[in-house]
Design a protein around this ligand. Structure first.
Ligand code: NAD
Length: 250
């Protein structure tokens, strides 16, 4: 087992990549605290883990709310006596609109969930990891953190921000044995891309816009997160791993 005995917090663990990663980490021996704004979805992920013989709990969390995030981290450390892995994964997309047409509220919401949420997770988890002399944090960027796409202004900006925020945290806490990395998924088959799926011809192009000419699966992203979370990645920090089927180069 690759993360046996470790304690992991996964935000956005009720759906898609977060759900698949929660299950994968549990399969490999971690106790998982599943956090999501959608309480029912988080509870369901935790239940699936327990039914399979793993250890999990869930906490209703809005990653944009500092009190919620503090409560999440303290639930993890009190329930399981520590915190080894944080997967800052919760994220939302924006309506496909020109930046001039986008509401200020939507700009703020996307930046708050995708970027501030990552910051808050690290702000409250790192002191706990420092107490135990180490930990591994994985933040979720995107291929769209590396290339601009029309009508994706706040999503692009938030995901680009995650890349340098990750480097920043890696530099500040490397000597505390806390590794901080990011993943940059391409198009993965989860509900977040449902908006694109509705347009048949567009979906045909988007879902195959990579070297492998297919959509990625949440489980394929989960395996990358598991690797970065585990001791196998002991000399990797500050990096962003593309999990995009070659989408960035396409
Ligand atoms: N699916 C893709 O193609 C793709 C590509 C690149 C990056 N990503 C990123 O991967 C991450 C996971 O996305 P997914 O594809 O699994 O989407 P998803 O919609 O299936 O899951 C996102 C989860 O985050 C939760 N969430 C939303 N706002 C929240 C908040 N404020 N607090 C707590 N939880 C909240 C949702 O309830 C949901 O369960 C996101 O950060 C997304 O931007 C996804």
């Amino acid at each position: 087992m690759r993360v046996k005995g470790k304690v992991a917090v996964v935000t956005g663990g009720g759906s898609g990549i977060g759900c698949a990663t929660s299950l994968r980490l549990a399969e490999e021996g971690a106790a998982v605290v599943v956090a999501d704004l959608n309480e029912e979805a988080a509870a369901n992920t935790a239940e699936v883990i327990k039914e399979a013989g793993g250890d999990a709990t869930f906490v209703k969390t809005d990653v944009t709310n500092p009190d919620d995030v503090q409560q999440l981290i303290s639930t993890a450390t009190q329930t399981y006596k520590g915190l080894d892995i944080l997967f800052n994964n919760a994220g939302i997309s924006n309506q496909e609109l020109k930046l001039t047409e986008l509401s200020l509220e939507e700009w703020d919401q996307v930046i708050n969930v995708n970027l501030k949420g990552v910051y808050l997770g690290m702000k409250y988890a790192i002191p706990e990891m420092e107490k135990q002399n180490g930990g591994s944090i994985i933040n979720t960027s995107s291929v769209l953190g590396f290339k601009g796409k029309k009508y994706q202004a706040p999503y692009n900006a938030s995901k680009a921000g995650v890349v340098t925020l990750t480097q920043n945290a890696a530099l500040e806490f490397g000597t505390k044995n806390i590794r901080v990395n990011a993943i940059a998924p391409g198009v993965i088959d989860t509900p977040i891309v449902d908006g694109w799926r509705e347009n048949e011809w567009k979906w045909e192009i988007i879902s195959k816009a990579n070297a492998l000419r297919r959509l990625g699966k949440p489980e394929e992203v989960a395996n990358a997160v598991l690797f970065l979370a585990s001791d196998e990645a002991s000399f990797i920090t500050g990096s962003t791993l593309m999990v995009d089927g070659g989408g960035l180069t396409f």
